[in-house]
Design a protein. Structure first.
Length: 220
């Protein structure tokens, strides 16, 4: 699933009942993310921390959808462990976990490790993550090995960047960007248009090349 691809519709059993992905998504953004196996330590921390931050995702009109190749009964039992470990999860566990014991979605979305992808006994998913916009397009992907847990703040930062650049169209977010800090004005925007679009100020950086292409603003 490359960036810009349309994610195909699918039906799946989850801990919150069966879903038809397109119907379930509606007009929301989505984080679809896989984990290698239930009852594993790093995955427990990941799903727990994402659950704790569910309100932050909701504020961004973003739904959460986890995935594992384990079966539904194991998911339900594991959710109880996650809630016991992460005591600051408010109320019920907030998002569904897909059961994919036949690995059909794992194969379709390229979530399997190259080394073990053909071994039915060992072919657990890596930590794959897709940010999907309401038009069903894949906007960003992350793939981590099983040994490395994901950073929830980075996932939120990426959503903020995607939604901001969708809204403004003429900016991009630089390295280490955080909401409220400077954004970059895209090179194709003329100087005249840039001044009109960002009347509260633009910072232009002089380069040895003499080209003016590093322009930043906080006027957004």
């Amino acid at each position: 699933m490359r960036i810009g691809a349309t994610i195909p519709n699918f039906k799946a059993d989850t801990t919150k009942g069966p879903i038809d992905f397109y119907d379930w998504l509606g007009n929301s953004w989505c984080i679809l993310f896989s984990h290698p196996a239930d009852f594993t330590p790093v995955c427990t921390t990941e799903l727990g921390r994402i659950a704790v931050h569910q309100g932050h995702f909701a504020k961004r009109n973003t739904k959460l959808l986890a995935h594992s190749v384990d079966d539904l009964k194991l998911h339900v039992d594991w959710v109880n462990d996650i809630k016991s470990y992460c005591l600051d999860i408010p109320g019920e566990f907030p998002y569904p976990i897909i059961a994919d014991p036949k690995r059909e979605l794992a194969v379709k979305f390229g979530m399997l490790d190259e080394k073990d992808k053909d071994n039915v006994d060992l072919a657990h998913t890596v930590r794959a993550l897709f940010i999907i916009s309401p038009d069903k397009k894949v906007r960003l992907t992350m793939h981590y090995p099983t040994s490395t847990g994901r950073n929830v703040d980075e996932i939120l930062r990426c959503i903020d960047s995607l939604q901001l650049t969708d809204r403004l169209k003429v900016v991009a977010t630089p390295a280490n960007w955080e909401p409220g800090t400077k954004v970059m004005i895209l090179p194709h925007v003329t100087e005249e248009d840039a001044d009109k679009l960002f009347p509260r100020g633009i910072e232009r950086v002089s380069m040895p090349s003499g080209k003016v292409y590093v322009r930043t603003t906080t006027d957004y």
